[in-house]
Design a protein around this ligand. Structure first.
Ligand SMILES: [Zn+2]
Length: 266
C-alpha cells in the first residue's frame, strides 16, 4: 500500500512540475522542471563545491593585477546585466580566476557566479574586449535562464529513470508518465538555440559596457583555432550555432552606436 502512495505522490509532483512554463528574456518559452530560484539556490552550493577543491589545490589565481583586470571587465558587464534585468541586482555576483593554464573555459552559473580559466586568457592571448565578449556570453546564459533549463533536462531524465525503476509492476500509468518526462526533455529547445540567444545578448551587453563588438568575431575565431587538439572545454559546452561568426558579424553595425555611446564620456 505504501508503495502505491509513494508512487502517486511522485506522479502528482511530476505533473505539477511539468506545468511550469516560463518565457525567458529572449522571448522564448521554456518548459521548466526547475524554477530559476531553485537553480540559483542550487548554484550557490555548486559554486562552493566547485571552488573549494580548487582553492585547496592552490588553483585560485590571486595575481592581483589579473584579478583586478577581470573584475574591472565583469563589473561593467554586471552593470549592463542589471540594466537589462533589474531583478538580477539581487544576485550574489562574483568572479574567480582559476589557474588552469591548459583549460580554455569560462562559465556563469544561475545567480551570477562566474569563473574564467587562465588557459582562456593566455592561450587565446585574449584582449579585454574579447574577455568581455566571452563573459558577456556567459552572463547572458544566466540572464536567459539557460542554467535552469539545462537542470530541467537533467531532472526530466532522472525523473523518467526513477519512475521506470520504481515501477517494477510497470503500470501503464507510470510508463506513460515516464515517457512524457523523457519526451519533454527531448522537445526542450535545442541548445544551439540557447547559444544564439547568448551570442545576441552577450554582444549587446559588451557593447553597452564599452567593449568593441568586433571582438566577438575574433574571439570565436581564436576559439576555433584553439580547438585543434581535441578542442577547448568551452566548445564542448557551447556547441556552435550555425553560422555563428557570420551572425555576429551581421550584428556589429547595430552594436557600434552602443559601443561608441558607451565610450563617448570617457
Ligand atoms: Zn554558450
Amino acid at each position: 500500500m505504501f508503495k502505491i502512495t509513494a508512487k502517486t505522490i511522485l506522479f502528482i509532483s511530476l505533473i505539477g512540475l511539468i506545468s511550469a512554463c516560463v518565457t525567458n528574456i529572449a522571448g522564448r518559452k521554456q518548459v521548466m522542471l526547475v524554477s530559476e530560484s531553485s537553480a540559483i539556490q542550487a548554484s550557490k552550493q555548486a559554486y562552493v563545491n566547485t571552488l573549494s577543491p580548487l582553492e585547496k589545490a592552490g588553483k585560485l589565481n590571486n595575481d592581483a593585477k589579473l584579478v583586478k583586470r577581470i573584475n574591472r571587465i565583469t563589473d561593467k558587464l554586471i552593470q549592463q546585466a542589471v540594466a537589462k534585468r533589474p531583478d538580477s541586482r539581487q544576485w550574489e555576483w562574483s568572479v574567480k580566476v582559476i589557474d588552469e593554464p591548459e583549460v580554455i573555459n569560462a562559465w556563469c552559473m544561475a545567480g551570477g557566479k562566474m569563473a574564467i580559466y587562465t588557459g582562456l586568457i593566455n592561450k587565446l592571448s585574449a584582449t579585454d574586449d574579447e574577455i568581455a565578449q566571452v563573459m558577456g556570453h556567459e552572463i547572458s546564459h544566466a540572464l536567459a535562464n539557460h542554467s535552469a533549463e539545462r537542470m530541467s533536462i537533467a531532472m526530466a531524465n532522472n525523473l523518467a529513470l526513477s519512475l521506470l525503476k520504481s515501477s517494477t509492476e510497470a503500470s501503464d500509468q507510470s510508463m506513460s508518465l515516464a515517457a512524457a518526462a523523457a519526451q519533454i526533455a527531448l522537445t526542450l529547445p535545442n541548445s544551439r538555440k540557447s547559444e544564439s540567444e547568448a551570442d545576441i545578448l552577450g554582444i549587446e551587453l559588451a557593447a553597452k559596457a564599452g567593449f568593441n563588438p568586433n571582438a566577438a568575431v575574433t574571439l570565436w575565431q581564436k576559439m576555433a583555432q584553439a580547438g585543434g587538439n581535441g578542442g577547448p572545454e568551452f566548445m564542448s559546452t557551447h556547441p556552435s550555432p550555425e553560422n555563428r561568426q557570420q551572425a555576429l558579424k551581421k550584428l556589429i553595425p547595430q552594436m557600434m552606436p552602443l559601443y561608441k555611446a558607451a565610450n563617448k564620456n570617457k
